[in-house]
Design a binder for this molecule. Sequence first.
Ligand code: 0O2
Length: 278
Amino acid sequence: MSDEYKEMDEVPLEPGMGEEENGGYSKMDLPAGLLGGTPITQEMIFSKANEMMDQMLDIKELMLCYSAAIQEIRTKLSILNKEYEVRYQRNPINNIQSRLKSQVSIMQKLDKKGLLINRENIEENIYDIAGVRVICAYEDDIYRMAEALTKQADIELVRVKDYIKEPKPNGYRSLHLIVKVPVYFEETVKKVYAEIQIRTIAMDFWASLEHQLKYKKSNIENPEHLMQQLKQCSDMITLTDHYMMKIRKEMDGVQVEKNDVEQLMEKLKRFGVQLAEE
Ligand code: 0O2
């Protein structure tokens, strides 16, 4: 099951709702009487309905934490990107996407880990309910942004998986960070897990095609052939990413002589003033 990443500021609280008739609650929650021969009283139905509503409200509240965590991370990254723009006249981040894991995916993941579906297990064992994907221009920007973000005092770095230094055998490359972010409410502060995937435009292009192949694989006659081609593409993309970075670094090192007027014009531009000839 895959949840789609989107380039939006608002994160819907219930991405999985509507996908399943019972809002993500499994049959295990039904009282034995509904399945066995014991007669079901109205009291039992109301009591169970109340219990289920409590659980659903609890999950909705939990989702609010993750949605807030996404917004906080997005804001932090946008500020870093803006800072770069003002200081160096370039944006290390091309775009930011995010998604809240659907309730179906959460349950599937708990099931895969052999864990019961309850709030505690969700909070302690699923690290990617809040997912942020950062698409950078160059490979060195990935590490620069990761460092700038994780050295912030309120961000706790939990785990790093560097699939750039050690790509997956299929050719997948990306830097994955698991962090803990504090979310401030009226009376409490809650620290929640979030997964941040950082990759270049080229790595993202590759990952989206490979992702499609994963879902179509069973209907393709010879998927191994396509997988092999994708692996070759990954190698070519790695080379291209490295060349592009090298060229940019060389260009960064070139000092352009500017007279007083040109220097002033550049500062005005950095200040955000639109110049007439532009
Ligand atoms: P979705 O819908 O994309 O979120 P863990 O969270 O630690 O239990 P895992 O598998 O160890 O699970 O995490 P890992 O290796 O950090 O990868 C998790 C996510 O990275 C995946 O999320 C994908 O988004 C992405 N990813 C990892 N490997 C590949 C790959 O080979 N190809 C592509 N296209 N993406 C990959 P999910 O859970 O699959 O779903």
